[in-house]
Design a binder for this molecule. Structure first.
Ligand code: NDP
Length: 265
């Protein structure tokens, strides 16, 4: 085998589209690479597993993005700022860490024009990196979360935050589900009366979950709002990771032309 090996580390990882996405792009672009999946149970073993498998690069999904951050020798400034890494590339024995979720998300929502105020439903790891990049780009982000604990860090960083009990609805351009509600259940990310108070005045509703229509997006559609699921975020974070894996040899659009086939196969 002369090519380079890549993988996605996570737990669970069997559902991941990343192997299909990256292998289609390797094949289409004629790059000698092969991308697999690896179910990593113990995140503290990430680094030794990476080297034991002889990998050149990995993506990292739930629940290991913080372990990935800790495993890196060098961090891209944005990954350092948000404390989460979802892409690692090895060069001469040194592990370089990046966060491509946030720029992928930013690109996915940039199709909506004249957006300033954004409401995030949820305050987990994905909300952390995406809220930071949105703020850097001039958006105003408010975070609404079921419980108070995860909001503390955001409040300290100067974001507007509220729990379901303390929330006073305002008008937002985009309402975005950043929770896992609806992923494996039929839950809405917030009580229906709160959603009914913010969706009608929004320009559109977005979900980071992909591959299914969540109860949140169903509700938004019933209120005649444009909707968008998490597929483009997944595709774009994958393209940006691929750019790092292949040392920026291909343009975004060249990679996209092959990688996006994973969503129609
Ligand atoms: P975390 O576990 O870090 O955070 C989960 C968040 O969801 C918390 O705010 C939690 O609230 C909230 N939550 C969970 N269940 C419910 C519920 N039933 N009702 C209300 N709130 C709920 O998750 P991540 O941030 O890592 O991931 C969030 C979502 O983003 C997942 O669905 C994941 O699949 C998706 N994702 C999509 C990507 C893409 O490329 N499309 C990339 C990365 C993630 P509380 O604090 O109260 O527990």
């Amino acid at each position: 085998m002369t090519g380079q090996l890549f993988a996605i580390f996570g737990n669970p990882v069997s559902h991941s589209k990343s192997p299909l996405m990256h292998n289609l792009a390797f094949k289409g672009l004629g790059f000698e690479g092969c991308y697999n999946r690896y179910r990593l149970e113990d995140g503290t073993k990430l680094k030794e597993t990476f080297f034991a498998l002889g990998l050149r690069g990995i993506n990292i999904t739930v629940p290991h993005k913080e372990h990935a951050y800790a495993a890196c020798d060098e961090l891209d400034p944005f990954a350092r700022k948000v404390g989460a890494v979802n892409t690692i590339v090895e060069k001469k024995g040194i592990l370089y860490g990046y966060n491509t979720d946030a720029p992928g998300f930013l690109k996915a929502i940039s199709e909506f024009e004249n957006v300033k105020k954004v409401l995030f439903l949820g305050a987990g790891g994905t909300a952390q990196s995406t809220s930071a990049i949105l703020r850097d780009e001039g958006y105003e982000v408010t975070l609404l979360n079921r419980s108070a604990g995860r909001l503390e860090r955001f409040a300290q960083e100067g974001f507007k935050t509220a729990t379901f009990e303390t929330f006073t609805p305002e008008s937002y351009d985009l309402v975005i589900n950043m929770t896992s509600a609806g992923l494996e259940d039929d839950a809405l990310p917030a009580p229906k009366e709160l959603l009914d108070a913010v969706i009608p005045s929004a320009k559109a509703c977005v979900d980071v979950i992909y591959g299914k229509e969540t109860p949140f997006l169903k509700l938004a559609k019933s209120l005649r709002k444009p909707t968008k699921d998490g597929s483009n975020m997944l595709l774009y974070q994958g393209i940006i990771a691929f750019e790092h894996f292949t040392d920026h040899r291909y343009t975004f659009d060249e990679i996209k032309a092959h990688m996006e086939k994973a969503f129609t196969l």
